[in-house]
Design a protein around this ligand. Sequence first.
Ligand SMILES: Nc1ncnc2c1ncn2[C@@H]1O[C@H](COP(=O)(O)OP(=O)(O)OP(=O)(O)O)[C@@H](O)[C@H]1O
Ligand SMILES: [Mg+2]
Length: 465
Amino acid sequence: MFRPIPEATLFRRIPYRLIASVLLILALVVSVILLFSLEQEKLLLQGFTQDKTVPTELFPALWQSRSDLIVVTLLVFLVSAIGIAAVIIFLHYDSTRSTLEEVKGLARNILQSIPTGVLTLNRSGVITAVNPTAEAVLKRPSAELLGHSYETVFSEGETIRNVLDGALRFQRHVTQQDLLYERQDRTPHTIRVSTAELTGDDAEPAGVILQAQDVTDWLALEQRVRIADKLAALHTLSAGVAHELRNPLSAMDLNLHLLEEELRECASLPEQGARYLHVLNAECHRLSIILDNFMKFARPGSVGLHEVNVSALIEHIKALMQFEAEERKIRLEQTVGEPLPSVLGDETAISQVLVNLIVNAFHAMPNGGLCRVAAEARHTHGIRWLVVSVTDTGIGIKKEELARVFEPFYTTKSSGTGLGLAIAYRIMEDHGGTIQVSSMPGIGTTAVLTFPVAVEEAQPVTVTS
Ligand SMILES: Nc1ncnc2c1ncn2[C@@H]1O[C@H](COP(=O)(O)OP(=O)(O)OP(=O)(O)O)[C@@H](O)[C@H]1O
Ligand SMILES: [Mg+2]
């Protein structure tokens, strides 16, 4: 909440209404005196007009009364002038005050309503103001912030504290800087902050103002758009190029094998030559895998609408990969909640996604470990979903790398094409589903697939007679 701005105290202390009332009473008293003097003069004039002999002792009284009248008139004039001036000043002050109140109210409303968090510190680092958005962004109530030093509110090492430190102590201000901010609920968020010097009424530095916005969702959306753009570009490229490259590459591959066989038969293949041929073969094989992936991408509207029994599919893939898992000293487990609803989709495409995920898990555990494939049905927002997850106990993915795993050609493996997850992303989109990857470096990674359940199983009907 914003604390009220202190008003000009001198103006506030002057009792305008009291002064105006005293002046009015004064004017009333003077008017009464004036009336008495006029009455006295009227008596004298009556004496003249009725031809009565006016007692001569009344003349001094008359003159006295006239000079009184002049004094009194001047006094009334003075009092009235002062009264009018006081009323004008009061009205002016009153209108200035209400304008100030309006401006203050407007400023308060703007700060209460803007979707940007605003927080101010005075020169000693005490938080003097905070608006509701700042409370929401920082996930802290105003009572916990207002009147406290930022050093007690934000703990040592917190990114936001470092920014405030720099701004307050060294006038090192930041503009639109993204900070990782861990809220009290321990969910990491990205907040975008700017700081500026806060100047007081005397144009002297009075502290620091901080603006903060939660950009976590916005960054995620930006990331999704970036991936979608890259996928679209890849789609166009793969559709055009892959097909044209397939034939020459097959011819190269075949001829390489023939050459190798020929040389071996003639026993004229030196050791160095064999190594060159091995490299050529390996690169041809790699190119062929990339082209395969390109072709998978190029398939327009690749999803065929069939009912897919996902639990049977998982069972099948597990059996298929069991041998490789044992070779790599990996325990491959499955946890499937029963009964699972079917999804509408393409069985080959869904198996491709699952195989890609399991292969990634295998690669992440060079010294063995556990890979678990789980599936269950869930209900959210009135829609039934089938959720399949692949979890490993591998090396994990660093936070800055996690944001890039769906980008086509992003790979950290010397033999990877970086298309496995990009293809999985595309296939899940084609199924109206989603894919998400979360990871803890050194602990492991989980990839979660969510399919909408298009076909609800028939509910058993009980007929009573
Ligand atoms: N389970 C995982 N554990 C650790 N890192 C992973 C995992 N899954 C994916 N990654 C990271 O994401 C990157 C991209 O994965 P993706 O499957 O798209 O490509 P790739 O596995 O490198 O190559 P390929 O095209 O052969 O699959 C990987 O190189 C790896 O760094
Ligand atoms: Mg992969």
